[in-house]
Ligand binder design. Structure first.
Ligand code: KG4
Ligand code: ZN
Length: 344
């Protein structure tokens, strides 16, 4: 197949991102540029992402981010062979900004447009970074999603389980807020946990006695809140111990579920070598990553954790998912709709 130079646009949450990826003749991906502008500062005062502010910031920044991505790739817009943009799921105002820009570029350049499912972008990233072959199991743990997906091929996804309430990153963020650790919460909770005693509090492991591959984090978050209220006013050690105990709880939950999911993988796909691919911002957490490494070793599975910059939202994953779909002959019409909800 001829090499394809593709632009990827990502605007579904609070990252304005664009990237140029080359898919070469052999089907390998090479990231030529990857520009991400996080809106952390815009939303910091609100303790979470404000959709209308996010959409406006995407409008303000996207053109510049795309120009920079094209520049850093050392190409001109006219050199692109295709344009990919996230069409959902996500905050619809932001998605519309990126998708509409993608449509305009594709129309102006007379090149194909690929409307990418953001989750598919996460799901296929490990093929770009680590050349992982199908099939594999993906654990996506981000601020908006927590799920296990069996990836059999491009467009062939089976959801094996997921959260029935909060996403794992969201739980980290809420606990951080409760402990006044700031936003985004994940890194702050991890930092506090380093100085804390994970055995001081025994927080619940919701759902863990049930066999299903689902998560529930809202009850855990409530337990953390009640503990914090009971101890108030909290000193620094209390905060660190709560953070450490919370992190120990979610680490055990994620590790147990991943072990079960890999066992199911072995049972259902006996011919395939078991592989677990992690995606989403929570993959940056050392405690969780270390526990997953132990689970992978125990179950004889290969664990793939892409570099953090590619686990969190970025344009390269969108470009790559677009390139993989394009290689199979899939492109979208210019009237393709943005979708706030779009399960894989
Ligand atoms: O994938 P991501 O950048 O954005 C989406 O939600 O799509 O993930 C961000 C989430 C946030 O909830 C953040 O708190 C969490 O990932 N996170 C972490 C860590 N770094 C980021 N959670 C736990 N430990 C971390 N070190
Ligand atoms: Zn994401």
């Amino acid at each position: 197949q001829a090499p394809v130079l593709i632009l990827g646009i990502e605007t579904s949450c609070d990252e304005t991102a664009a990237s140029v990826v080359l898919r070469d003749e052999s089907g390998r991906g090479i990231i030529r540029s990857n520009v991400v502008r996080s809106q952390l500062d815009e939303h910091a005062a609100f303790g979470g992402v404000v959709p209308e502010l996010a959409a406006r910031a995407h409008v303000e920044w996207l053109d510049h981010i795309i120009a920079q991505a094209v520049d850093e790739a050392g190409i001109a817009l006219a050199d692109l062979d295709a344009v990919a943009a996230t069409a959902g799921p996500g905050l619809i105002g932001g998605v519309l900004v990126g998708l509409t820009t993608g449509k305009a570029l594709a129309a102006a350049l007379d090149k194909p447009l690929v409307a990418v499912n953001h989750l598919e972008g996460h799901a296929l990233t490990a093929r770009l970074t680590d050349h992982v072959q199908f099939p594999y199991l993906m654990l996506l743990v981000s601020g908006g999603h927590s799920q296990f997906v069996l990836v059999r091929g491009v467009g062939e996804y089976e959801r094996w389980g997921g959260t029935i309430d909060d996403a794992l990153g969201e739980a980290f963020d809420k606990v951080a807020k409760l402990l006044s650790l700031g936003h985004p919460g994940g890194p702050a909770v991890e930092r506090a946990a380093k100085a804390g005693d994970p055995r001081r509090f025994k927080f619940p492991r919701p759902l863990l006695r049930e066999a299903r591959l689902d998560f529930s984090f809202s009850g855990l978050k409530t337990a953390v809140r009640l503990q914090a209220e009971a101890l108030a006013p909290l000193d620094e050690q209390d905060v660190n111990d709560i953070a450490a105990s919370f992190q120990a709880s979610v680490t055990e939950i994620v590790a147990t579920r991943s072990r079960q999911a890999l066992q199911r993988f072995r049972a259902e796909l006996p011919e395939a070598a078991p592989q677990l691919v992690v995606a989403g911002g929570v993959a940056a957490n050392r405690s969780i990553a270390a526990a997953l490494a132990v689970v992978a070793a125990e179950t004889g599975a290969r664990l793939v954790v892409p570099p953090v910059a590619l686990c969190t939202d970025n344009g390269a994953m969108v470009a790559w998912a677009g390139a993989e779909r394009l290689a199979l002959g899939a492109a979208d019409r210019l009237d393709v709709a943005a979708r706030p909800r779009w399960p894989l």
